[in-house]
Design a protein around this ligand. Structure first.
Ligand SMILES: Cc1cc2nc3c(=O)[nH]c(=O)nc-3n(C[C@H](O)[C@H](O)[C@H](O)COP(=O)(O)OP(=O)(O)OC[C@H]3O[C@@H](n4cnc5c(N)ncnc54)[C@H](O)[C@@H]3O)c2cc1C
Ligand code: FES
Length: 276
C-alpha cells in the first residue's frame, strides 16, 4: 500500500492494490448473466456498495455485491463487452484481483419496502433483501427484463418477500414495466421506502412515482468508474460535482433530483457525454 497524498494535501486516500482471490463457484442465472462467488473472509461490504474486479492483462471494472457470507461474497455479472467476455472465460479455482468495498450503501427504513430491479440491478437488491428479511422487514421484490430468458429469478419468495416479475412481452409475470407493477402496489399498500437499481430511465420513473405517492426512495446511480475511491474524477456528475464512487453510488431521491444529468446523459471513459 502507498499513500496517494503528499503532506500538503488534505486527502488521505490510500491507494489499494488488488488482492488475488479464488473463484469458488460460478452459476448461470439467465442469458449472458452469471453469478461469480469469490473466496474471501470478512469482506464486510454493505448492500449497495461495489468493488472492482481485476482480470490480469485485461482490465479492472466495478460490480455490486449480490450476496455475502463470512467466508465468501458474490457478484452477478451481465456479459456486455470485452471485459465481461473475458470474465465469462474464468473457471472455478482461477484467481482474480479485487479491490473494495467502496461507496455508499442503502439505508433500510420502515417495515414494508419495495425493491425495483432492472437487469443486473437485481444483484445489489438481492443483498439488500437478505438484510431486510433478517431485520423482519416485509419486502416486495419487483424485477423485470425484456423477456423471460433475460430475467434473473429471485429465489426469496416467502411470506416476508413477495416476488413480482414484469417482462416487455409478457412471457414471465406482468406484461409491461417494473414501474407498472410498482404503481399497482403503491395504489393498494403503504410502502415506507422504495429502493431501485437498473436502467436510469427506469429509476427516473421510479423517483417520479415515489413523488406522486409521497414515499422515500433510494437508488444506485452508476457512472463510468476508474479508480473507484475518489481520486481520478471520472465519475463526477453535473453540475453538483460529486463523485459517484464516493458520495454514491447509493443516493436518496432528493439528491438525485439535484443532479442535472440524472436520466438524461452519462459520460464515456473519455468523458464524452452520451444520452440515454
Ligand atoms: C457502481 C457500479 C456497479 C456495477 N455493478 C454491476 C453489476 O453488479 N453487474 C454488472 O454486470 N455490471 C455492473 N456494473 C457495470 C459494469 O462495471 C460494466 O457494465 C462492465 O464492466 C462492462 O464492461 P465490458 O468491457 O464488458 O463492456 P464495455 O463494452 O466496456 O462497456 C459496456 C457499457 O458498460 C459501462 N461500463 C464500461 N466500463 C465501465 C466502468 N469502468 N464503470 C462503469 N461503467 C462501465 C458503459 O456504460 C459501457 O457503455 C456496475 C457499474 C458500476 C459503476
Ligand atoms: S472513479 Fe475515480 S473519482 Fe470516482
Amino acid at each position: 500500500m502507498s499513500d496517494a497524498t503528499d503532506k500538503n494535501c488534505e486527502c488521505k486516500t490510500k491507494i489499494e492494490q488488488p488482492e488475488m482471490v479464488k473463484i469458488r463457484a460460478i452459476r448461470d442465472e439467465a442469458q449472458d448473466i452469471k453469478t461469480f462467488t469469490f473466496e474471501k473472509k470478512g469482506f464486510g461490504s454493505k448492500p449497495g456498495q461495489f468493488f472492482l474486479i481485476w482480470v490480469p492483462g485485461v482490465d479492472e471494472k466495478p460490480y455490486g455485491v449480490s450476496s455475502q457470507d463470512n467466508d465468501r461474497f458474490s457478484a452477478t455479472i451481465c456479459k456486455v463487452g470485452p471485459f465481461t467476455e473475458k470474465m465469462f472465460e474464468v473457471k472455478v479455482g482461477d484467481m482474480v484481483g479485487i479491490r473494495g468495498p467502496y461507496g455508499t450503501s442503502f439505508e433500510l427504513k420502515g417495515k414494508n419496502i419495495a425493491l425495483v430491479a432492472g437487469g443486473y440491478g437485481i444483484a445489489p437488491l438481492n443483498f439488500l433483501a437478505d438484510e431486510a428479511i433478517k431485520q423482519g422487514i416485509d419486502v416486495h421484490f419487483i424485477t423485470g427484463a425484456k423477456t423471460k430468458g433475460n430475467v434473473v429469478m429471485c429465489d426469496k419468495e416467502s411470506k416476508a418477500c413477495r416476488t413480482h416479475y414484469a417482462t416487455d412481452d409478457g412471457s414471465l409475470g406482468a406484461k409491461g414495466f417494473t414501474t407498472d407493477v410498482l404503481e399497482g402496489i403503491l395504489k393498494t399498500e403503504k410502502i415506507d421506502c422504495i429502493y431501485t437499481v437498473g436502467p436510469e430511465l427506469m429509476m427516473k420513473k421510479v423517483v417520479e412515482l415515489s413523488d406522486k405517492f409521497d414515499v422515500d426512495c433510494q437508488l444506485s446511480l452508476e457512472r463510468y468508474m476508474k479508480c473507484g475511491f475518489g481520486i481520478c474524477g471520472q465519475c463526477v456528475v453535473d453540475d453538483l460535482g460529486i463523485r459517484m464512487c464516493k458520495e454514491g453510488p447509493v443516493i436518496d431521491k432528493e439528491l438525485a433530483k439535484k443532479i442535472k444529468e440524472f436520466g438524461k446523459y452519462h459520460r464515456t471513459a473519455s468523458g464524452r457525454k452520451k444520452e440515454f
